[in-house]
Design a protein around this ligand. Structure first.
Ligand code: FAD
Ligand code: SF4
Length: 292
């Protein structure tokens, strides 16, 4: 592993301040939260190193979990450890607990869990220039693909890595975003797109709103190493006064979300690769355990 390349480091004190620095270096500056994903990327250099890091963790008010009249607000710099300790929505704590190891959870943030790169093992090698890096090919279909996607593949067969993000999708959360062109709110189901997220280079996730605490909330995850590993598949299920929503993790480059019947039908129409057909049975079993 190489030493880090040189970069400028900026500690923002307000969201406006952070957005103005991102705007000043179009496409060359990146938000820095817990740094768990970011530093790994910069050390391994599988993507060009950002020239400027904008730390948002010192911005007051972004690290709170608060019940308000329109739902539960979760700040983007709330850590996964905070989620584990908070009892407001237990399924979020469960998802965080099944995520990275305890030492990483004290650093890793909810915003970072949503915005981290979607990746696969080919993506994380600097010399493998695949679609997701702007290249001409996806290496997964003809290669090793046991942990890749089984649905919604389009051009890329990687899977969304964030467990808390999958739980937030079942909770029908909305994502508040601030950027150079103002603010917007995006339902989480529209946040992930074919090769990334809807975030523009000068935009920051500033709030995540869960509209209703579920009467039933479940997060189940299957992984190769039970102590610490990314999901081979996960199922989040939340029941509120509006009905039941299911979100699937570890199976697609976006987070498939819908009613239990819609998700069962989606699994029946899955398009697995040569080595990952087993994921269909895993998801079906998790759906059954979740009571979908
Ligand atoms: C060994 C290991 C195991 C892991 N296992 C799991 C696992 O099992 N399950 C799981 O869910 N995760 C896992 N992770 C991933 C980890 O949860 C994420 O890397 C972490 O949540 C990222 O948060 P962060 O605050 O450190 O983000 P950073 O590394 O600071 O940022 C990640 C990305 O998000 C962007 N970003 C961060 N915050 C914002 C924001 N508010 N607005 C806009 N952009 C933003 C950054 O620019 C960067 O591109 C693992 C990581 C490691 C290293
Ligand atoms: S699955 Fe996606 S990230 Fe992996 S090689 Fe294919 S295009 Fe790249």
């Amino acid at each position: 592993m190489k030493a880090l390349a040189a970069f400028k480091y900026y500690e923002a004190t307000t969201v406006k301040d952070a957005v103005s620095v991102l705007k000043q270096y179009p496409g060359k500056a990146k938000v820095y939260a817990g740094g768990v994903d970011m530093i790994d990327w910069m050390k391994k250099r599988y993507m060009p190193t950002p020239q400027v890091l904008v730390n948002i963790k010192k911005i007051p008010g972004l690290n709170k979990i608060e019940k308000q009249s329109d739902g539960v607000h979760i700040g983007p710099t709330v850590t996964l450890a905070q989620l584990v300790d908070d009892s407001t929505i237990p399924m979020l704590g469960e998802a965080a607990k099944k995520g990275p190891a305890p030492n990483l959870r004290t650093q890793a943030t909810v915003g970072g869990n949503l915005c981290q790169n979607v990746w696969c093992w080919y993506y994380r090698w600097p010399e493998w220039n695949c679609y997701r890096k702007g290249g001409p090919v996806c290496f997964a279909p003809p290669g090793r693909n046991a942990f890749h996607a089984i649905m919604e593949q389009k051009v890329c067969n990687a899977t969304v890595p964030g467990d808390v993000s999958v739980a937030l999708a079942a909770l029908n959360a909305s994502i508040k975003i601030e950027g150079g062109e103002g603010s917007k709110t995006v339902p989480i189901k529209d946040f992930f797109i074919v090769l990334g997220t809807v975030l523009k280079p000068d935009e920051i996730v500033t709030d995540i709103v869960v509209p209703e605490v579920p009467s039933k909330g479940v997060f189940l995850k299957s992984r190769t190493r039970s102590a610490i590993d990314f999901a081979t598949a996960s199922v989040a299920l939340a029941t509120t006064s509006k009905g039941t929503t299911v979100a699937l993790g570890g199976v697609a480059p976006i987070i498939p979300t819908g009613t239990p019947d819609e998700m069962k039908a989606a699994v029946d129409k899955a398009t697995p690769l040569s080595e990952n057909k087993y994921k269909i049975s895993v998801v079906k079993s998790l759906l059954k355990q979740a009571g979908a």
